[in-house]
Write a protein that binds this ligand. Structure first.
Ligand SMILES: [Zn+2]
Length: 219
């Protein structure tokens, strides 16, 4: 059995165990990526496939979001935790795998602006381009995002988890907004993800150093 078959076997086993039933054809073998669209408590709102993003321009023609197997397995687990503990909530996915081409387009749009420091320069490999990161939030049953204090890609200090206790003290971040962030964080951490300290919406399936040593960019 090759490693791909083994991975597919493990995914099927885990997916079956957790009661999530993504379509069997959600795997792109050529790229090694799994589509998140079939998961029932997930709503895809890929911002870079719309003009509703920091560039006010469509950067990606593909509306769907994808993850590499190791991240996908963890994400399926997060969906199952959410379904079991908060059946009325769902995840909104703003972005996941991002090709180096899209990353370059993003860089070209923000370079020379104050937002440039938040975008991985194409020569520094983004965890998104490894298929190991996703940008997300929680939404109610109608698909309305929970209030996290800022929008996605709000490149401000208020969006940074490392400053949350400070903003809580000054009530710039409300207790409800903070608790919404904690709920998302608790589910994602239990599923095995790591939170980026500069963006409340960004989660990574592996430590960056390990990921950059063991995984290659998906073109
Ligand atoms: Zn991100």
């Amino acid at each position: 059995m090759n490693s791909l078959s083994l991975l597919m076997g493990v995914v099927c086993l885990l997916v079956g165990h957790w009661g999530v039933h993504p379509m069997v054809n959600n795997y792109n073998a050529q790229k090694g990526l799994y589509s998140l669209a079939p998961i029932t408590n997930v709503q895809i709102e890929k911002r870079y496939a719309t003009v509703n993003n920091i560039c006010s321009a469509v950067l990606d023609s593909d509306q769907c979001c994808y993850l590499r197997g190791v991240a996908y397995i963890k994400f399926v687990r997060a969906c199952e935790i959410l379904r079991a503990e908060h059946p009325k909530l769902k995840f909104i996915i703003y972005d996941a795998y991002r090709s180096p081409k899209i990353q370059l387009k993003l860089w070209n749009k923000v370079k020379g602006t104050p937002n440039a420091r938040y975008v991985a320069y194409p020569k520094c490999i983004s965890m998104h381009s490894l298929g190991l990161a996703l940008d997300m939030t929680l939404a109610d049953s109608l698909g309305k995002p929970l209030d996290m204090g800022t929008d996605y890609d709000a490149f401000t200090l208020l969006a940074q988890p490392r400053f949350e206790s400070q903003f809580l003290r000054t009530q710039t971040l409300s207790k409800a907004q903070y608790e919404n962030r904690l709920l998302l964080r608790s589910i994602m951490k239990r599923a095995g993800f790591f939170q980026l300290q500069s963006e409340w919406w960004h989660y990574e399936a592996l430590h960056q150093k390990f990921a950059h040593t063991h995984y290659k960019v998906i073109e």
